[in-house]
Write a protein that binds this ligand. Structure first.
Ligand code: AMP
Length: 321
């Protein structure tokens, strides 16, 4: 009981050691409640325990909302947690840097991680359970199953990251089977990812409501991203060209420009004026199919990916005439 109390006290002070102690002792029954149970997040690292916990919550007729992330949380992630908190009894956050969505040469090893800070933010946002498995726990030695969508991944980010969405679809499917949520929330920042997960949920009859959350931006407009931390101060200034491109294009469309090529050509010149930028793609496309649109006669998705230095950034916006 004493250990339980000190564990919880230390955790609330944000000490890392608490994670280890709480993980070890947090489950032990405690006869006198010295700390209110609802302020303590449950940290789960195994598939079996997560499944058992979700099963028990479902058996109590409670609704589970789920926000999958790769951690290094910022306000974009937190906005999804807040949305989830409103629509459920039990809120689950997963933190897992998914190796299957990175290709060789990408930033899997260097991807920013800070579990202690993530747990503090999760607690602040009222998360009930953090599921944070190891890669061995999710993808054991003899793993051999894949999931592939035939159309949506052949656009936008899928062109330069050909196996990325297979990795995303696979891990999300596994997480759905483990967390068993009623609602899952994804950010519109990764518009193509959200479209793919919606499609997959329909195709595979997942009994899960997929919700989108609006892009959260820094004060100057840069879309929040865990990868923004890679940017030097010069690169941070240049990175603003993504948001400015979207704003300028929005204005062009509102002022009557219908020709997608005219906008893309002008924006290509604009982006290249910024230091260390390299365009991966600029696309004006159908928000459902992601097929290119040449002539703008209704709402379209403008999406772009630009490397600033070595950091690949994405952003998007719906443009309406
Ligand atoms: P990540 O940790 O980058 O895999 O992102 C986890 C979830 O947070 C995904 O559904 C992202 O689309 C979402 N997300 C990331 N950045 C933002 C943002 N700036 N605004 C809203 N959602 C975001």
């Amino acid at each position: 009981m004493l250990v339980d109390f000190f564990t919880r006290l230390l955790y609330c002070r944000g000490k890392w050691i608490c994670f280890i102690l709480f993980y070890k002792y947090g489950n032990k029954p405690c006869s006198i409640q010295l700390w209110p149970e609802e302020t303590i997040i449950k940290i789960v690292t195994t598939v079996k325990e997560m499944q058992a916990r979700s099963e028990s919550i479902r058996n109590q007729e409670k609704k589970i909302a789920f926000v999958p992330t790769m951690g290094f949380l910022h306000d974009g992630h937190c906005s999804l947690l807040r949305k989830g908190r409103l629509s459920c009894d039990d809120l689950v956050l997963s933190i897992f840097v998914n190796p299957t969505q990175f290709s060789a040469g990408e930033d899997y090893d260097s991807y920013p991680r800070d579990l202690e800070k993530d747990l503090q933010l999760a607690e602040k946002e009222g998360v009930d359970t953090v599921f944070t498995p190891t890669k061995e726990e999710l993808f054991g030695k003899n793993f051999q199953t894949g999931i592939e969508l035939t159309k949506l991944p052949r656009h936008l980010c899928g062109l330069s990251r050909p196996s990325h969405f297979q990795g995303v679809a696979l891990v999300v499917t596994k997480l759905f089977n483990i967390v068993k949520p009623h609602v899952a929330i994804f950010g519109e920042k990764d518009f193509q990812q959200l479209a793919i997960i919606r499609q997959m949920a329909r195709d595979l009859d997942f009994d899960i409501r997929i919700e989108g959350g609006a892009i959260v931006r820094e004060a100057d407009g840069l879309a929040m991203s865990s990868r923004n931390t890679y940017l030097s101060s010069e690169q941070r200034k240049a990175a603003l060209c993504l948001y400015n491109t979207l704003q300028k294009s929005k204005k062009m469309v509102e002022q009557g420009e219908k020709n997608s090529s005219n906008i893309i050509n002008e924006m290509t010149i604009f982006i290249h004026r910024h230091k260390e930028t390299q365009i991966d793609y600029i696309s004006i496309c159908d928000p459902e199919t992601l097929d290119d649109i040449d002539s703008i006669n209704g709402p379209v998705l403008m999406a772009l990916a630009v490397k600033v230095g070595k950091t690949r950034l994405i952003d998007n916006m719906i443009l309406s005439p």
